[in-house]
Design a protein around this ligand. Structure first.
Ligand SMILES: NC(=O)c1ccc[n+]([C@@H]2O[C@H](COP(=O)([O-])OP(=O)(O)OC[C@H]3O[C@@H](n4cnc5c(N)ncnc54)[C@H](OP(=O)(O)O)[C@@H]3O)[C@@H](O)[C@H]2O)c1
Length: 248
């Protein structure tokens, strides 16, 4: 499959490595140009290209950039066919993304992203921490795989997103439509807590929407205190212990 990935940071880099290793033809881009992409990202066969090249002529496009930068990528999608699967990994953190009034007022994050891009999207890989994502993938024969929740409105988006999540070494758990995807947002019991399919089934319906922002912000404070600079991601061990205590 031809896959374009926009963003090669904590999550985009691991996506590029895993999906190229799984045999896909992967093109990656950042905001500064292909020459600035580290060779580490290309180690399993991904190719560094411009942002526009990463998006055109692809079977699937993955957006893995901070949410506040998503609106400026919208023009790149002008010639992308409606049926192309576009998967977004983003989460809203007001500490990083500035306050977005509609999301603060309760708009579901993935619906905001869909509105900015003016096209259908799916949501995946937003609810796994970068360290877990890099280290915990297992083959599909494993019986104790971590599951990654996904959301999508169209059947084609759902199917292809679940296949690609599987190719990255995780079980895929379909949670429903984008309107319901607040259950995958920061602060939710299934957000970055590394659960199995069975555990997601047990916990997803305990999510309390109005409590999520406060729990998200407490987690950000704890992580910032721990790692100091607001940019370094927590280890899987610390992140999971913290999130399970706060969110579940
Ligand atoms: N970190 C995590 O554990 C984690 C887990 C799940 C989901 N997420 C979500 O996934 C998204 C990416 O997170 P991250 O931690 O991987 O971010 P990150 O490490 O800060 O990397 C961001 C990447 O996006 C690129 N980018 C920014 N603006 C762009 C633009 N306009 N066009 C093309 N590329 C652009 C950056 O390229 P330049 O450096 O060239 O600007 C960089 O490669 C975020 O929305 C985040 O909330 C993160």
């Amino acid at each position: 499959m031809k896959i374009g990935i926009l963003g090669v940071g904590h999550i985009g880099k691991t996506l590029a490595l895993k999906l190229a290793k799984a045999g896909h033809e992967v093109s990656v881009a950042n905001s500064r140009g292909p020459e600035t992409i580290s060779t580490d990202v290309l180690a399993t066969g991904a190719k560094a290209v411009s942002a526009q090249e990463a998006i055109l002529g692809k079977d699937a496009i993955i957006l893995s950039i901070p949410l506040l930068h998503i609106p400026k990528t919208a023009p790149l999608f002008a010639d992308v066919p409606e049926e192309t699967v576009v998967i977004d990994t983003s989460n809203y953190y007001p500490q990083r993304d500035n306050k977005i009034e509609s999301i603060e007022a309760g708009q579901v994050e993935s619906l905001w992203v869909k509105e900015q891009l003016g096209r259908p999207i799916a949501k995946a890989w937003n609810a796994i921490g970068s360290d877990s994502f890099a280290k915990k993938g297992k083959s599909s024969e494993s019986t104790d795989r971590v599951a990654i929740p996904i959301a999508a409105d169209r059947e084609t988006d759902r199917e292809l997103t679940m296949k690609l999540v599987n190719d990255t070494g995780f079980d895929a758990f379909y949670t429903g439509s984008l309107s319901d995807s607040w259950r995958l947002q920061p602060g939710a019991p299934i957000y970055c807590t590394d659960l199995t399919v069975k555990e997601i089934e047990d916990f997803i319906n305990t999510t309390e929407k109005e409590r999520l922002p406060k729990r998200r912000d407490i987690a950000v404070e704890a992580i910032t205190e721990r790692v100091g600079d607001g940019k370094t991601n927590p280890s899987a061990d610390y992140g999971i212990r913290l999130n399970r205590a706060l969110f579940m």
